[in-house]
Design a protein around this ligand. Sequence first.
Ligand SMILES: [Zn+2]
Ligand SMILES: [Zn+2]
Length: 337
Amino acid sequence: MVRFTVLASGSKGNSTVVSGGRTRILVDCGLSCRELFRRMKLAGEEPETLDAILITHEHSDHVNGVAVTARKLGIPVYFTEGTHRAWMRWLTPRRQMTYTQWLELTRKQAAERQAEANATAEEGEPDEGDLIADSEPVSAETAQTVIEEIQAAGVPEASETTCTAKKDPTWLPAVEYFQAGQPFEIGDIAVSPFTIPHDAADPVGFAFRSEGVRMAFATDLGYIPPNVKAQLKGVDLLLLESNHDLEMLRDGPYPWAVKQRVLSRVGHLSNEAASGFLENDYDGHAAYVILAHLSESNNLPELARVTAERALNGRASLLANRLLLAAQHEPLSSVYF
Ligand SMILES: [Zn+2]
Ligand SMILES: [Zn+2]
């Protein structure tokens, strides 16, 4: 039996379980390990049965929990080499600074210590909004927080491993490289990674095949180039980004530079672009179309749904396609084949 479970989708964390035959793959690990396990259990998935983690790109909403999860389960992580290097750079930022920067930092730290001593009011958790998670570059402080979480988690059953992990936040039980355009297999799931246009080191989407069922996975892309269109043909399940409504983004709270980034050819796919694909290029083969990576600031689920439905309903032959929406805060019911 083939099963596809979206655990989380959006700029605060992405994770999906693809199960086929004897193999279970986690696609992206953007939730903390604890939250990931909680959601897997909610969705009826057993974390201990995962065989591997597959990463699309290094943005924090796709990798936040990867080191802790891989260590806890003792499973390999599959990256492209470019993504792996970018992820390692993010976790081990260069700390060398010029004298002026050092002086500045020292002054700032002294001022902070002073402010802390004076502070009486309690501090709330800063709300970084939904643009930080998927907006590069990630700050050194964010990386530091992740490093501390990784170090705190350690690996309880092997003290030697814990030591290694403490010394090296990028340590993983096993790393496997793949390349876009070169299919490979994990157990009985065939994986075809393909290049997507996005502002990361070497971002990919995936097409999976197991027991004759094909599933395609395409989020975090500025537009849909011909190589991606080709991968989205003849699939039984299509998970496609429907990130923002153009008008909401234009009038929304993001700073101008971030709006430009989201709208760019290496940004995110709008509702309009997703529906344009469904109307003009989609072959109508999928039993399920899942809209994913919806922005919480610049989109509304109903708006994404109506825009996609309009595109599908325009083609009478596609009325059998079931349209689902992946959510940020709760898992989507598993799709079975
Ligand atoms: Zn993302
Ligand atoms: Zn991204």
